[in-house]
Every structure is written in structure tokens, then in C-alpha cells.
Design a binder for this molecule. Structure first.
Ligand code: SF4
Ligand code: MG
Length: 336
């Protein structure tokens, strides 16, 4: 289907006094209605920064240097603040790790949902019953009673559902969820993620899910963007990327996923080498200090994100994959 949002060559930088440090480098991806896009990477890879840039919610000392974010044809990065405010929370909803920040602590949950409905043109008369419907739709038990409660009377998982109910009340077409379940226990986490899947199916909402958890991506995402050091290093469908990763970093991430059948579950292997500091990136491919396939060219030239012939829809930013047409198989020595 036609993408709802297309991000093209997004670049941002941080200002530290008179010094400018690039943060995102030519980040490009798209998200489509009825699909969940997972943006995955370690902390500091630029996932949240990407979401904040699109939503025009960058920290004071960060700025967009180049690129566009076309949402339904409009470039969000060029809209004036009024136009942006109308889109934020309405057409595009953000779900953060801490739902508390999105809710008004002194208003009942029902008031907040009804308010959203009324602002978007619903009649006051039907708003309460529609709000009850929405609470039930996001899986809140006894919605007739709970509608009159305050956010603090809800558990973390239930608050996250309320935030999502408000997004639907606002007729959001895109939900950007930034680690929405990290603070929740595993069972609740799974339920909230199921809810997002349910909404993309029932309402055709596009979802961008930011996570560091490949297990979550496997579970609920259709498409994946892998980020490393402020760059997109691989893109494709989840099915194709998981079956046949074409960037060494993606391959390492998948290899480090805990497996049910593995005795090593308790001691989750991590990828050797430190997460790069954005202000001190190595020249060439930012992954080269940690890459077992690194060659001379990798230490001097940044690999562009490019299509891989023979793999439709797949992009990878790797010199070796591009030169050979695919990554060489993982060797036994690397496996061990
Ligand atoms: Fe490794 Fe070179 Fe590919 Fe970077 S470009 S991921 S260093 S092989
Ligand atoms: Mg983050």
C-alpha cells in the first residue's frame, strides 16, 4: 500500500556550545497503513531522536539539518508550529514508555477521552458512550465503572491502554510508540503489544514501534529498520530480514536473541565492543570496530544504504554485502 509517512535523508545535529555534532545521518524509511514498522537498535542509536525529529519535539540543543518527513503529502519538517500542533496528538499519536506523561492527572480517564472526541467534532451527547466503547476496545475491563476513575487508579499497562484509547478517539492514523512496554512486566507487555496489532488490523492504523528488543520485533512487526550510530543500516520485511539478515550488525543482533531451546538463555550473549559515542564516531563504517567482516575500505568510506539486487525491498549499508551481492555465511569460528 502507499506509505502514510515517508522519511527521506533526515539529518539532525546537536549543538554543544560552538561545536556541532551530527546525530542522525540520512535516515530514510516509510510506514504504511495497516502495518507495524519496528525501529530497532541499541540505546544511543538514534531511534527516539528520529521519532522526536518527525514530531518536531527535539531537545533544545538539537536541530534538523536536512531531509523531509512526508506525512500524507505534507512535509512535517516544514510546517509551522500551529499546523504541527494540530497533527500532533491527533493525526499522529505518540505513546511513550511512561504513560503518566501523556495523561492529565487531575481529570478522569473518561473526561480525557470525551474531550478528544468532542474536539474532533463528536456531539457531547454521544461522547460518554463512545468513550466507554473505546475503553472496552482497548481491553479495559468494566469500562462503565472505570471511566470515572483517575489515571493514578490504573496500573501501568492499563494507563498505556488509556493513552491508546485517546489516540483512537483523536482518529490518529499513525501511532509512534517509543519503548511503550519497557516498564511493564512480560505478560502485560505482550497484551499491550497485541493491542497495537489488533488496532492496525481493525482500523488500518500505521504503527511505528521503537524498541531495542528483537523478540518484540519478531512478535508484532511487519517491517524493520535497524539503526546503528545514527544511521539506518538495514531495512526490509521482518520475515525476510530475520530469515536472511544482510548487515553484520543485524546478524549479530539476531544471534544474540535468547532462544527458548538454548541453555544460554540466562547468559544472554552480547555483541562485543562498546556502543559508539556519537561525538567520536570512527571514520568509515561506524560498525567497523565491532565487525568481524571489516575490510580496509570499511575503515575509510561510509557504506551508503542501498538496495541489494535479487532481494526486493531490502536495503543494506554494508560494503561487503554490496560487493558480494550477499553476506558470506557466518563462520564456525565466529559462531563459537
Ligand atoms: Fe562490516 Fe564493512 Fe559491512 Fe561495515 S561495511 S558492516 S565494517 S563489512
Ligand atoms: Mg530511546
Amino acid at each position: 500500500s502507499t506509505p502514510l509517512i515517508e522519511v527521506q535523508n533526515l539529518r539532525t545535529a546537536f549543538a554543544f556550545g560552538s561545536r556541532t555534532v551530527p546525530a542522525l545521518h540520512d535516515v530514510s524509511f516509510e510506514a504504511s497503513p495497516g502495518r507495524v514498522l519496528g525501529i530497532v537498535g541499541e540505546s544511543g542509536s538514534g531511534k527516539s531522536l528520529t521519532a522526536r525529529a518527525i514530531m518536531r519535539m527535539l531537545p533544545e540543543n538539537a536541530s534538523v539539518e536536512a531531509g523531509e518527513a512526508r506525512f500524507d503529502g505534507r512535509n512535517l519538517l516544514e510546517l509551522d508550529e500551529n499546523a504541527m500542533r494540530a497533527i500532533r496528538g491527533a493525526e499522529i499519536a505518540m505513546v511513550f514508555q511512561d504513560p503518566q506523561t501523556a495523561l492529565n492527572p487531575v481529570k478522569t480517564v473518561g473526561w480525557q477521552i470525551e474531550e478528544a472526541l468532542i474536539v474532533h467534532g463528536a456531539a457531547k451527547a454521544g461522547a460518554r458512550s463512545r468513550a466507554i466503547e473505546l475503553l472496552s476496545m482497548v481491553g479495559i475491563p468494566e469500562p462503565e465503572r472505570r471511566i470515572d476513575e483517575f489515571p493514578h487508579q490504573f496500573s501501568g499497562g492499563m494507563r498505556q491502554r488509556v493513552v491508546i484509547a485517546i489516540a483512537i478517539a483523536n482518529s490518529a492514523r499513525l501511532i509512534i510508540a517509543d519503548e511503550p512496554t519497557t516498564a511493564l512486566d512480560v505478560t502485560i507487555q505482550a497484551q499491550v503489544l497485541r493491542l497495537l496489532v489488533d488496532l492496525k488490523q481493525r482500523l488500518g492504523i500505521a504503527v511505528i514501534l521503537i524498541t531495542h528488543d528483537m523478540g518484540v520485533v519478531a512478535e508484532i512487526c511487519d517491517d524493520i529498520v535497524v539503526m546503528y550510530a545514527g544511521r539506518v543500516v538495514e531495512r526490509g520485511t521482518v520475515e525476510a530480514v530475520f530469515a536472511d539478515p544482510q548487515h553484520p550488525y543485524t546478524r549479530d543482533l539476531l544471534h544474540s536473541m535468547p532462544r527458548i531451546d538454548s541453555e544460554r538463555r540466562a547468559e544472554l550473549p552480547t555483541i562485543p565492543g562498546a556502543t559508539p559515542d556519537l561525538s567520536r564516531l570512527p571514520p568509515g563504517c561506524p560498525f567497523h570496530p565491532r565487525c568481524s567482516l571489516a575490510e580496509d575500505v570499511c575503515r575509510t568510506s561510509v557504506p551508503p544504504l542501498a538496495a541489494l539486487p535479487g532481494r526486493p525491498g531490502r536495503l543494506t549499508a554494508c560494503h561487503v554485502a554490496q560487493r558480494l551481492g550477499a553476506l558470506p555465511p557466518r563462520t564456525a569460528a565466529i559462531e563459537a
